[in-house]
Design a protein around this ligand. Structure first.
Ligand SMILES: [Zn+2]
Length: 98
């Protein structure tokens, strides 16, 4: 059984990042929430597979149901944290505010 290396070749990581960027830009363009969720799920999958951190992009979707927040989600600042009520699954996502 071949050993699975955690470090992917540079070019693969570059392509993975590009694909993630494309998925996010497509999510902005479409109004279809199911399609958006699919894009978000895919982006996370790619990120995990190629060890690409989503970084700031992580804040753009729900970690529970992959609902893309965009501008529609209500964001509140509470005790130095951003509190987002997900319109998709009604769960609360807390993010550290930088
Ligand atoms: Zn959600």
């Amino acid at each position: 059984m071949p050993e699975r290396s955690r470090n992917k070749p540079e070019w693969q990581i570059r392509i993975a990042k590009e694909r993630i960027d494309i998925l996010f830009s497509e999510a902005v363009k479409t109004k279809d929430t199911h399609l958006r969720k699919r894009y978000m799920r895919l982006a996370k999958k790619i990120g995990m597979r190629y060890n690409v951190r989503l970084g700031e992009k992580k804040r753009l979707f729900c970690s529970h149901c992959f609902h893309y927040f965009g501008a529609e989600a209500k964001r509140r600042l509470k005790n130095g944290k951003i509190v987002i009520a997900c319109p998709g699954c009604k769960r609360i996502a807390r993010q550290v505010y930088k």
